[in-house]
Ligand binder design. Sequence first.
Ligand SMILES: Nc1ncnc2c1[nH]c(=O)n2[C@H]1C[C@H](O)[C@@H](COP(=O)(O)OP(=O)(O)OP(=O)(O)O)O1
Length: 218
Amino acid sequence: MAAYADARAAANSVLPLATDAPLYDKIRRRTREDGVEAIGSIKDYTLVECFRTHEGKRQLLLGMKKRGFGVGKWNGFGGKFDAGETVRDCALRELEEESGLVPERMEWRAQLLFTFRDSGKLMRVHVFAAEGFAGEPVETEEMAPRWFDVDAIPYAEMWHDDTFWLPRFLAGERFEGWFDYAAGGEATNRVLAHEVVPLPSSTPLKPPRADRNFISPP
Ligand SMILES: Nc1ncnc2c1[nH]c(=O)n2[C@H]1C[C@H](O)[C@@H](COP(=O)(O)OP(=O)(O)OP(=O)(O)O)O1
């Protein structure tokens, strides 16, 4: 029990300040009440949404994932942490590796939590908005990039969760979100429950420290 309390405190300490961890508590309650797998591990990722204005239209850059997790879906750019990296460094490195782009400006805007009914994994994705690019994105072995007008985002070919949070992100909101996926996760691509908690604009925003935490169920 003590180990669980310590791990829980460690997990909460890396959350953005304003949220007071309400989503983590809900996730834990859900895992107990529904009898699904308890949350066993948290793994951190970054995701960068790139914007530009082109011929008077606001556009979002998406990449068609060519391999690995999320293959066949349009998504922003990002991935796992290298050892010792900050959240921001990871986001910049992944964006450059996957698209060749380096932004002039990038701000942290959201944190997304993903659970899956048939696994104990909790994925935590730190999401940034970036803009100001010198050149065009290049296709890499992982992603084929394409600019989309923001009123023509291909939601039917994206992760289901995007339909719930991306419109709010495009509107400039800052938030924390939780998306509970059906068994099969990636293959079934169906969110069973979701919640988005806006962060007050007064929140001093800085990305939380990326840690890998392990939470043992009590
Ligand atoms: N459900 C959902 N919606 C939106 N974005 C994501 C998800 N799940 C996700 O994993 N993501 C994002 C988060 C990351 O940006 C990528 C997944 O990263 P991945 O390709 O596994 O990590 P890399 O480090 O680039 O992979 P390798 O190079 O090691 O293969 O998708």
